[in-house]
Design a binder for this molecule. Structure first.
Ligand code: 5GP
Length: 139
């Protein structure tokens, strides 16, 4: 299926049907912690405009959401003490996409520490809340 399905988990989070650990929210984006982080501070930036991914995205909506990325990347880096930030974004299952609502990953990278698996182990929620608070404070 290549049409948008609004029963995906991020759409449910955006509608408030499923809880999340939020960093920031406005009319355009929701920023939250990834529940299966590839590293400490793995953050997801979710445009509220509905699209599966880049392949069906509206260019203006995408540009609006992407404009948040530099400031968010700086806040994630400052709050986590990471040495670098990887930006990732996957389009359709063969490319690694598992949730079919457009989103960007901001993944902190620490010198000498290998990233965990994509969609690996579940994070401790209290720890996620602490990191989210620190990122929000650094914004
Ligand atoms: P994708 O593979 O589609 O690029 O990334 C989806 C991401 O969403 C994965 O990194 C996965 O860990 C994360 N994820 C999946 N389910 C949930 C959830 O219920 N809550 C949160 N916060 N993240 C999720």
């Amino acid at each position: 299926m290549t049409t948008y399905d609004d029963s995906n988990i991020f759409a449910r989070i955006l509608r408030g049907e499923v809880p999340s650990v939020k960093v920031f929210e406005d009319d355009t984006v929701l920023v939250m912690m990834d529940i299966f982080p590839q590293s400490r501070g793995h953050t997801l930036v979710i445009p509220k405009a509905a699209s599966r991914n880049l392949l069906d995205a509206d260019a203006d909506a995408l540009a609006t959401a992407a404009a948040y990325l530099p400031r968010l990347a700086r806040a994630v880096k400052a709050a986590t003490g990471a040495d670098g930030i990887r930006l990732a974004q996957f389009n359709e299952a063969p490319a690694g996409q598992t949730v079919f609502h457009l989103h960007f990953h901001l993944i902190p990278v620490y010198d000498g520490v290998e990233l965990g698996q994509h969609g690996g182990g579940k994070a401790d929620e209290a720890e996620l809340r602490d990191i989210a608070t620190a990122i929000a404070a650094a914004l």
